[in-house]
Write a protein that binds this ligand. Sequence first.
Ligand code: ZN
Length: 213
Amino acid sequence: MTLTPAEAWARLRDGNARFVQDAPEHPDQDADRRHELRTVQHPHTVIFGCSDSRVAAEIIFDQGLGDVFVVRTAGHVVDTTVLGSIEYGTEVLHTPLVVVLGHDSCGAVAATAHTLATGEQPPGFVRAVVDKVIPSVAELTSRQGVSGPIDPDVLRTAHVKHTVGLLRGYSAALAAAVDAGRLAVVGVVYDLDDGSARLVAVDGEVGEQPAAA
Ligand SMILES: [Zn+2]
């Protein structure tokens, strides 16, 4: 059964509420579920989040096997294989929802703020991650008129919002699905301490508006 974007979001919202209350149900994690999924999968959501070990997608939303199709990179930075993986979720597996998942104390966001403040570049390919967060800073400073040292909390939310816009900008398939009403792309910020996942951006319709910044 295909869910609407709002129904998919409600599953994640309810699961996160259970996690926050320390009352997870650990659904869809038994042997029956495993057998049921042996040859098919019908996940209701693509979660595109940061690789951070503390932001484990299935755990923080109290989901199980076959429920969410997960793509993770440090700082949820986008490249072509990320876009291909997300499109696989929405176009082949027909998920009605994509969640961009950022969080506080994000190393990629902190490294970017450090590079901008000092001019020091991170080593090796870590630099490629920082390079892909910098456009979010540019959007903050140019469009929103933020100047001076960048507050990491402001930047992480801006980076989630920017990434939601980036998915529509890059992917004609995602934009068309949102415009047709069969998909929503939302931005969520996760709080490491209390475990809550807060809606900060919505492209499409999920029955809930983002909290005021
Ligand atoms: Zn992170």
